[in-house]
Design a binder for this molecule. Structure first.
Ligand code: B12
Ligand code: SF4
Length: 509
């Protein structure tokens, strides 16, 4: 039997990525289990960046039946340009990803021959059969392609994988850790190993496009299967710190408690991080998680304003948020992280004041870090559908002015402490805020950070950090280069004293 030869490609991007993309890991593990030949080319791995020539050389040398590309929204203009060059190699190109799910026809118009819609594991195996001449293209569920008469053909919908335990464990043999960390020793620079323990989310927040691939049906792996994967990664690659990347890993408390029980018996010293909903907290579950070394919890709180929470369809209220904080305080959770999204089209500076008031009553013993960003209207979301015409950002992701991922290559002093206050250094490209709104958003960022910095540092240190951050921000807005020259000595001292580490969430927990 001949095997199919497949290249899995993450195209070159302006900014390197230290994350190993789970989609490529899952697809390569699936191809490996089925006995196909594949080569992963992650052009964005920071210690193994690949340019167009190097990619071309490796692709031609491998001579695949097809190239499977994953497309990330942040880099679309650049990726589409690159795909034009790739097309010249005359090797079929298949693309997938959440963005490809939202905009399959757009992707087909940019040098791609086939778009995979839905989960990719079974689809890529069917595509391998097709390229080996063993299956008709029309018989592959979950794809679209351009027919000879130039019309677009959508095949039948790809059913969701019923039993997630049947998916092969992520296998990182094709992703040398040295490409991502610069070292062969997995402990020298511990990256988070991603775990995806469930798929789908049954909520429907208006800014979220997570449902595009996995839908709104919640499917979970068994605790034993998740634990076996973790032991496999710990044993084979020396992985110790794991990040649960699921949308809703913690919806089933019994499943989590059972998982924590297994972790406590592990021979390895494991640590976990996860993101969850603040209204899904339960004292027993959280205590079990804490004793199983879940030490980094992040919450998509988004807003402390009931009107906004209701309009974004979060399904909880400010008082539910405070209930969640009480549980965290009660079990002495060391520190948490949460995001704020401010500047929705209906919001005014009054909304932000309310947010700050609510944040200042978070229990004093609860250390938190929080980020602030303005809403990004991703395609496939209600936020995009409702406002793109009114604000003129239709298909913004194709426009380099709106979709250029690198805000500044120069790290200013204030970013040492406030790098997550995105509104301080990324311009609004969607919502045409008035000068008054812009001031209120900036003001919110300062007040928000002041609340959490005050909990982390003794008063004198806090004051110095805050004053120098303000000065740094002022100068940086005028000239990032000048800021670098003037504030460099202060940044040097702060780093020597490891003050910046105190605001690093990973360090703290
Ligand atoms: C974890 C995660 C991250 C992690 C990635 C970690 C990692 N190790 O992979 C981090 C934190 C780095 C991240 C960053 C960002 N993310 Co993110 N992220 C997610 C999250 C929660 C899970 C992604 C994941 O791992 N899924 C598991 C894999 C297996 O699923 P998958 O990627 O969809 O792949 C499947 C199919 O799509 C398909 N497939 C994918 N590629 C291909 C290719 C081929 C050839 C085929 C056949 C099939 C195929 O098969 C795969 C297996 O079934 C999703 C939400 C979600 N539920 O999807 C958001 C999500 C993907 N992220 C999103 C965004 C916007 C971002 C950021 C741009 C945020 C920002 N403003 O900075 C950045 C982009 C950074 C970058 N460098 O690209 C959006 C994407 C929106 C869109 N329409 O494209 C999502 C959907 C969340 C949201 N906001 O709605 N993210
Ligand atoms: S933001 Fe979270 S809870 Fe809301 S729909 Fe997306 S994944 Fe689900």
């Amino acid at each position: 039997m001949t095997n199919c030869k497949v290249i899995l490609l993450n195209p070159p991007t302006a900014v390197p990525s230290s994350e190993i993309l789970l989609n490529l890991v899952y697809l390569s593990s699936t191809l490996k289990k089925a006995g196909h030949d594949f080569l992963v080319l992650d052009a964005t791995a920071p210690f193994h960046l690949l340019n167009e020539e190097e990619l071309e050389q490796q692709i031609l040398q491998f001579s695949p039946h097809f190239i499977g590309v994953t497309i990330t929204i942040t880099y679309i203009p650049q990726t589409y340009e690159y795909l034009k060059c790739l097309k010249k190699l005359k090797i079929p190109i298949v693309a997938g990803s959440p963005h490809a799910n939202c905009c399959p026809e757009e992707v087909l118009q940019h040098s791609v021959d086939i778009v995979a819609i839905g989960e990719g594991e079974d689809t890529i195996l069917d595509l391998a059969k097709y390229f080996l001449g063993r299956k008709k293209i029309e018989d592959i569920a979950g794809i679209c392609f351009i027919k000879k008469d130039d019309s677009v053909c959508y095949t039948s919908k790809r059913p969701l994988i019923k039993n997630l335990d049947t998916i092969p464990f992520p296998d990182y043999d094709a992703f040398p850790i040295v490409y991502y960390t610069g070292s062969h020793n997995p402990f020298s620079n511990p990256i988070f190993w991603s775990v995806f323990s469930s798929r789908g989310c049954h909520y429907n927040c208006i800014f979220c496009s997570s449902h595009n691939v996995f839908g709104r049906t919640y499917r979970a792996r068994s605790p034993q299967n998740v634990f076996q994967e973790i032991e496999f990664l710990a044993e084979k690659y020396g992985a110790r710190i794991f990040a649960f990347q699921d949308d809703e890993a913690f919806i089933n408390k019994d499943r989590i408690i059972e998982f924590c029980g297994l972790v406590k018996k592990s021979q390895f010293a494991l640590k976990f991080s996860a993101q969850l909903r603040i209204d899904s907290l339960d004292e027993q579950m959280l205590s079990e998680m804490l004793s199983a070394c879940f030490c980094r919890l992040a919450f998509g709180i988004e807003s402390f304003n009931d009107e906004t929470l209701q309009k974004i369809n979060k399904i909880y209220t400010v008082s539910d948020i405070h209930e969640g904080f009480k549980i965290l305080e009660k079990i002495h959770f060391p520190a948490i992280y949460f995001n704020n999204i401010i500047g929705f089209p209906w919001e005014t500076p009054e909304h932000f004041k309310k947010n700050i008031q609510e944040m200042s009553i978070i229990p004093k013993s609860l250390i938190f870090f929080s980020s602030t960003a303005t809403p990004i209207p991703y395609p496939g979301t209600k936020l995009y559908d409702q406002y793109h015409k009114q604000y003129g950002f239709t298909e913004w992701w194709l426009d380099l002015k709106r979709n250029s991922p690198s805000p500044s290559k120069i790290n200013a002093f204030f970013m040492l402490f406030l790098s997550d206050q995105l509104c301080l250094y990324i311009d609004d490209v969607f919502w045409d805020y008035s000068p008054q709104m812009k001031r209120a958003i900036t003001d919110f960022c300062w007040k928000n950070s002041s609340i959490y910095l005050r909990r982390l540092f003794p008063f004198s240190e806090y004051l110095l950090i805050f004053i120098f951050s303000k000065i740094s921000h002022r100068i940086w807005k005028f000239s990032p280069q000048l800021e670098k020259i003037l504030l460099y000595p202060v940044a040097w001292v702060a780093k020597r004293l490891k003050l910046d580490k105190k605001t690093s969430f990973i360090y703290h927990t």
